[in-house]
Design a protein around this ligand. Sequence first.
Ligand code: MN
Length: 217
Amino acid sequence: MTRKLSLTVDGKNVAVHLHKGDLPANVAFSGPIAVDSETMGLSLVRDPLCLVQLSDGGSEAHLVQLDRASYDAPNLKRILADPNRLKLFHFARFDLAMFMRDLSVVCAPVYCTKVASKLVRTYTDKHGLKDLTKEVLGRDISKEQQSSDWGAPELSDAQLAYAASDVLHLHALKERLDAMLAREGRTEIAQSCFDFLPTRSALDLAGWEETDIFAHQ
Ligand code: MN
């Protein structure tokens, strides 16, 4: 079941498609896809995955409200695991762990704007999506609905607009961050970090969440 809404997201009019259960088979994306997810909380043990948002960089967002009893979403899973489709995230490490745990898919290949930001914006410790988007793109985004009840059967328009917002700036961020990575000679090390992310998420799920296995101690 799909509902199409026209919502104001960060001051712009955006077509938001809310799908219950799975992405319809006929939804076509072009190029890399920005992906984000919403959960009941930040615990990899306790908090279930509720919503997955996708956008191919246009002014549309597709939101998949998952059936938490089955997580039966073959079309969504196929896209997340598609080796020929780059997925853009902000802090991929968490979303990838959730996808592994609840959807049983390894999401790859990926690009993470938070990792890229940490590798080039060494002059700041503000790497949250709001601060990054403000500095790099000059755009203001709202984080007001971040802590809200994503497990509710009916999500509010404010929640849907917030969820869509999180995938609408990642393509532009990638473009700017890629230029900064190239300028600083860090493109290759960034790529190696992105390639390692599914393993980092697997370590989180396997009990090494708080441990840096590369640390001396
Ligand atoms: Mn989000």
